[in-house]
Design a protein around this ligand. Sequence first.
Ligand code: 9WN
Length: 437
Amino acid sequence: MNKRKLIEQCEITLKQNDVGGWTRPAPGLYPHQWLWDSCFVAIGLRHYDINRAQLEIDNLFRGQWSNGMIPHIIQGKGDYYADQLWNNGRSDLMPKDLLTSGITQPPLLAEAMVLIGEKLPTKKRQGWYRQHINQLLAYHEWLYRERDPHQVGLVALLHPWESGLDNSPSWMKQIHKHHKPLWISVGAGLGLTGLLEKMRKDTHFVPARERIGTIDALLLYYHVRKLIVAHYDNKKLLKSSRIATEDVAYNSILIRANQHLRTIAAEINVEIPGWLHERMRKAQSALDMLWDENEHMYFDRDFRRQTLLHEPTIGRYLPLYSGAVSKKRADQLAHELQKELSGTLYPIASVPITSPYFSHHRYWQGPTWVNTNWMIIDGLKRYGHTELAQSITTRTLELVSIHGPYEYFSPIDGTPAGAHQFSWSAALALDLAKTSQ
Ligand code: 9WN
């Protein structure tokens, strides 16, 4: 593999997707600014344009709502298939001059800030941290205040889009089982799916078999409507929602973000409010509630029923990234992962190939994604599993170097799928190339 060529190719993709201060995830399909996408992008940009990396993050903060939430999308200029939903879902809490979505996404802001910070001279870093510390604190406060009503250190998500793993089996199973309106079931029964498929705009850019299924997409729209009708009242929604989930990937990412928040605050002598500090402390051991002792696996949990959702997803390895599990547990996860990898050509399938949901090109139901690989690699390294981390890195870089920065790839044969010129695949491949041997 020619690393220099790979890095060049990644930089070209990031440049092409630069919309002026922030980066769209991909041409055509995703024209707006997304929360976790921009964090990953900034992690790549820091290697060759540190100011631009900072700007990517500055521009994410401009979307912050007055209650502290950072939205998952800030609208740009192009057309996106779900625009109408958010156009109808405006809120007084939104910044006045922007249109944003009304839900959030995995909180990688603190991670991006610390990784950018490492490359800045001390004075500049501290100045930048000071510029954003209140916003960052307000975001973590919002998450624990509004999404952890039982005060246990686990936050609940109200929509699969918040997890970033949209059609992950545990979410889709939950929705089909507990909250599928009759009109959707009847429509599907009458065979209206074909008609609906023709009306979909996302499939103009990516083949339908590589995207979320049409009925599933309809269900996601339906659940956005429910949030809008409730005026995003989290308290009310958590009481009534039948799909609210304590997502293991999201909570792992948040726990890691808490650690980075502590680092940032300590460096500039800012005190974290007592209650938040206490909740972050609780969060450190909260993942235990998502561990199944019989199956030896982490699962998402149904917030209302407090039962584990027994569908294995890529989320089961993310506790490695959290850094909050014991060395013994981390070793167990690494061992499990190593075993699983012997069954696929490329790491790491978003759903195990033995799952009935597995489909090698369908979105979050099988393909391997560069961002989840990146987080798992990072976790493995911190727990001392350097060899495994290195082999996942090499195989991931191979995928991007052979096919280009696609959105996802088949773990079976490496064939690319989803959007081409996908920003986070470029940014994180670049980061892996720069930080590995
Ligand atoms: C909905 C932008 C986003 C990613 C998500 C990915 C996909 C959107 C979609 O694209 O989600 O947010 O239209 O399917 O699942 O993780 O942030 O790249």
